[in-house]
Write a protein that binds this ligand. Structure first.
Ligand code: DAH
Length: 337
C-alpha cells in the first residue's frame, strides 16, 4: 500500500469510528489511537522524512489535511456527547405531579346564577364603578340631603364627594341617562357599608339590582318577576312575603322576606330570631327619579329591585356565617366546586 493510500484508508476508518462511537470515553480512546503522540497518523507524519522529496510533499499535504479534518470531527462529536450528559435526566416512568384545578368563588357562582335567571327573562347586564359620586349614589336617587343613609356611620367616604357605593342602584341612574325606554337591565356588583362585622353583616357585600321601564308597567309586573326569580333560585316550595317598606327612589316600596332555611322559621342568630330573612328591596321607580334623568313620568312607569347576593346564597347553601365568603378558607370554598 502506498503512503497516500494508507492516509486515505486511515481517514476512512477514523471517520467511521467517530460516527459510530457510543460514548465520550471511546471517542477519546480513538482520538489517541489516531492523533496521539504514538498514534497512527502521527506515525505517518513522522515517517515523511524517509520518503523521496516528491512523495513527501504530496503525502505531507494529504496527511495534514486528514489531521485537520479528524481534529475537527473529534471535537464536534465530543461536544455532542458532553451536551447530552449535561441535559437533565428525565425519568418518564415517575408519576406526575397533579395540578389542582381552580374554580369560581361561590359569590361569583351565585351572581352568575342570578344573572342567568334574569337573562332568561330578557334583562341585559350593565355595570358601574365601585367608587361613586354622592350624586349617583344618593342625590339622583332622591335621597334628601340630610338622609341618615348618607351618614358617616353607613358610608365609606373616599375624598371630596366620592364614596364607596352603598348599593348597586346608582347604575340605574347611569343607564337611565344613557338609554331610552323600554329599558330592562340588571346590574350586579360589589357594595360597601360601614357596619359592624357579624355573622349576618359585612362591610363588603354584593347586590344584583334590576329595573324595567316602559309604558304601562305596574306593581303586578314587579311581583310576577320577583316571584318567578325566587322560585327559580330557591325552588318551588319556598315561603315568601312582600312587606311594605320605604326607599327614597321607589314609591310604593316593598321588601321581600323569605322563610329562614337555617331554622325553618323557628328563629336563629342569622334571622335575628324572627324566622324571616329580608333578601331584597323593590318598588315602582319614583317619578322624581324619572324626571331627574330626563324621562317623562306621565308616559313611562317602571319597577326596580335590589337583591343581596350573600344572604340568599346563605339560605340556599345553608351557610351560617357571612364572613365565610370573605375569609378565602379553601376548606370552605372547595365545598362549592
Ligand atoms: N338599594 C337598596 C338597598 O341597598 C335596595 C333596593 C330597593 C334597590 C329598591 C332597588 C329598589 O333598586 O327599587 O337597600
Amino acid at each position: 500500500m502506498s503512503p497516500l493510500e494508507e492516509v486515505a484508508r486511515l481517514r476512512h476508518e477514523a471517520l467511521e469510528r467517530i460516527s459510530t462511537a457510543d460514548s465520550l470515553a471511546s471517542l477519546k480512546e480513538f482520538r489517541v489511537q489516531y492523533l496521539g503522540r504514538k498514534g497512527r497518523l502521527t506515525a505517518i507524519l513522522k515517517g515523511l522524512k524517509d520518503l523521496p522529496v516528491e512523495q513527501r510533499k504530496q503525502v505531507g499535504a494529504e496527511a495534514n489535511k486528514c489531521r485537520v479534518q479528524l481534529e475537527h470531527d473529534f471535537d464536534a462529536a465530543e461536544r455532542k456527547f458532553s451536551e447530552k450528559s449535561e441535559a437533565p435526566l428525565i425519568d418518564p416512568t415517575l408519576p406526575g405531579t397533579a395540578q389542582r384545578v381552580g374554580a369560581m368563588h361561590l359569590t361569583t357562582q351565585v351572581i352568575e346564577e342570578m344573572c342567568g335567571i334574569f337573562y332568561g327573562m330578557g334583562f341585559e347586564i350593565a355595570r358601574g364603578p365601585d367608587i361613586e359620586t354622592d350624586y349617583y349614589n344618593f342625590s339622583a336617587l332622591n335621597f334628601p340631603p340630610d338622609h341618615p343613609a348618607r351618614d358617616m356611620q353607613d358610608t365609606f367616604f373616599v375624598e371630596g364627594d366620592r364614596l364607596l357605593r352603598t348599593h348597586t342602584t346608582p347604575v340605574q341612574i347611569r343607564e337611565l341617562e344613557k338609554q331610552k325606554p323600554p329599558i330592562k337591565i340588571i346590574t350586579p356588583g360589589k357594595c360597601f357599608r360601614n357596619e359592624a362585622i357579624s355573622s349576618r353583616a359585612h362591610v363588603a357585600f354584593h347586590q344584583v339590582d334590576g329595573f324595567l321601564i316602559d309604558e304601562g308597567v305596574t306593581m303586578a309586573d314587579l311581583k310576577g318577576c320577583l316571584v318567578a326569580f325566587c322560585k327559580a333560585f330557591f325552588g318551588e316550595g319556598l315561603k315568601l312575603k312582600f312587606r311594605p317598606s320605604y326607599f327614597p327612589f321607589t314609591e310604593p316600596s316593598a321588601e321581600v322576606d323569605i322563610q329562614c332555611f337555617l331554622c325553618g322559621g323557628d328563629g336563629c342568630t342569622v334571622c335575628k330570631r324572627t324566622g324571616w330573612l329580608e333578601i331584597l328591596g323593590c318598588g315602582m321607580i319614583d317619578p322624581a327619579v324619572l324626571e331627574m334623568t330626563g324621562h317623562d313620568p306621565e308616559k313611562y312607569t317602571g319597577y326596580a329591585f335590589g337583591i343581596g347576593v350573600e344572604r340568599p346564597a346563605m339560605l340556599k347553601y345553608r351557610i351560617d356565617d357571612i364572613r365565610l365568603f370573605f375569609n378565602n378558607d379553601l376548606r370552605f370554598l372547595r365545598q362549592f366546586v
